[in-house]
Design a protein. Sequence first.
Length: 215
Amino acid sequence: MTFKRSFAFVFSCGLAAFAVAGSSAARAAEAAAAPARPDLAKGEATSVAVCAACHANDGSRGSPANPILQGQHPEYLVKQLIEFKAGKRDNPIMRGMASALSETDMKNVAAFYASKQAKPGFAKDKALAALGEKIYRGGIAERNVPACAGCHSPNGAGIPSQYPRLSGQHADYAAAQLVAFRGGLRKNSATMTGVAAKLNDREIKAVADYTAGLH
């Protein structure tokens, strides 16, 4: 092998090795930059140890005063837990629970609840649910109340991170949250504060009853 050929061979091998090393480094960098996938087993452990007393072990249909967490958007749940911990959403019980959780814990338990299939709910009052459907789908034009479906979708599925899933939610809990928004007790959504301020008690109960049976 001549010097030129030998040099060319060595040079090409060096380039190949450099390319492989660069590719490996790029893959390692991508892996480091990619967020870790939530650990559902750890999320379940947190649910059992911290959340089960109020939300049941799997976030299912516990007390009507507490939200059903099954099937809820994980991004929305993490946002609420962060805001409970920071005091932006005021609830002494939830602040105490959330304070013990790291953001990783929150993502794990939120993913665990989101992985569960929410059980269907039902409306209790036919006339009230009919009024709720009218408001949910069409709003109240004379008071500039927008249709709930615009943000929470026609079937109540909601929009991840921004607007929660409402379909099948306990009517008592949903109504309590609307009253809290209206009264300024819940302050972590300016949009919902504005909407709830324009609803009377019957309209709030109607929307809550309708969404309880929505699927």
